[in-house]
Design a protein around this ligand. Structure first.
Ligand SMILES: C[S@@+](CC[C@H](N)C(=O)[O-])C[C@H]1O[C@@H](n2cnc3c(N)ncnc32)[C@H](O)[C@@H]1O
Length: 170
């Protein structure tokens, strides 16, 4: 039994490490302070689709599902361990408006989404800036900006990292 648990732990750790190296970012969650400010910044929306790109452990995803009960919240995550964790979390907190897919968000269309939420890294933000967005859609992010676009709102937090928050409209 202990050996199986040990092997499972090794597999989980290696899998997390593998996806961190493959994707160029770890599943580091948004802090609760930043999450509260992001949610306060997020636009009023009804009966639309919201996408989270790389939902990690679900910190923003579940908060979005709670804030927008009449919207479809679609989260994409590639890391196996995070994806399994999200599925288990969904069993305990079964938001009917929440969908989680194990997909590369760069390979899906954003054309039907009215709000894109993410916390990524500079290279991913460069790629995201090239994606075709729906006219009028919003993008809400923090820490790294979207190159080539001027945010409609930019705020800086008074936390240890002086985290920047950005809201864009296409
Ligand atoms: C810094 S974490 C942010 C997690 C969560 N959004 C949050 O704010 O708490 C970024 C996540 O994006 C995922 N990710 C990176 N590139 C991805 C891709 N192309 N498709 C799906 N998920 C991706 C990573 O596995 C990681 O879990």
């Amino acid at each position: 039994m202990i050996v199986i648990l040990f092997l499972l732990l090794i597999w989980a750790f290696s899998s997390l490490l593998f996806y961190t190296m493959k994707l160029g970012i770890s599943p580091m969650p948004t802090s609760s302070k930043v999450k509260r400010r992001l949610l306060a910044l997020s636009p009023k929306l009804h009966k639309v689709k919201i996408i989270e790109c790389g939902c990690g452990w679900g910190t923003l995803l579940f908060a979005l599902a709670k804030k927008y009960p009449d919207c479809l919240i679609q989260g994409y995550e590639l890391s196996t361990i995070c994806y399994l964790f999200l599925k288990i979390r969904l069993l305990f907190y079964p938001y009917p408006n929440l969908r989680i897919s194990r997909k590369d968000f760069f390979k899906v269309s954003f054309q039907d989404a009215s709000l894109i939420v993410c916390y990524l890294y500079p290279k991913a933000m460069q790629r995201l800036a090239k994606k075709k967005m729906r006219e009028g859609a919003y993008l809400l992010t923090h820490t790294f900006h979207l190159p080539g676009y001027k945010p409609i709102i930019e705020q800086q937090m008074k936390d240890v990292y002086s985290t920047s928050l950005f809201l864009y409209r296409f």
